[in-house]
Ligand binder design. Structure first.
Ligand SMILES: [Zn+2]
Ligand SMILES: [Zn+2]
Length: 94
């Protein structure tokens, strides 16, 4: 499959992912990787965010559109909080 965004720009590049929202095929440059919080309900409707986050691909168009609604809800996979946790784990094992 060919990247939809590249095709629109008159280029042809292999797709590596699909946008979760519009299902457009995307190359590694146009696929935006976000991390999606996974929540669960405990006892009396208490909502808890679990430690591991799910992977989530979006195209630029859907990312901008959904941001209006979610804003800080979905963070970039490279968010400082995630990086910091990896470094802590690394330091702990050293
Ligand atoms: Zn592309
Ligand atoms: Zn999309």
């Amino acid at each position: 499959m060919v990247c939809y965004e590249c095709q629109q720009a008159g280029k042809s590049r292999d797709a590596v992912a699909l946008c979760h929202h519009c299902s457009a095929a995307l190359c590694s440059e146009h696929a935006l990787v976000l991390s999606d919080p996974v929540t669960t309900e405990y006892l009396m409707c208490e909502r808890v965010v679990l430690p591991l986050r799910a992977r989530f691909f979006l195209c630029g168009t859907c990312r901008e559109a959904l941001r209006q609604k979610f804003d800080n809800y979905r963070e970039e996979a490279t968010a400082p909080a995630v990086t910091a946790r990896v470094q802590e784990e690394h330091a702990a094992s050293a």
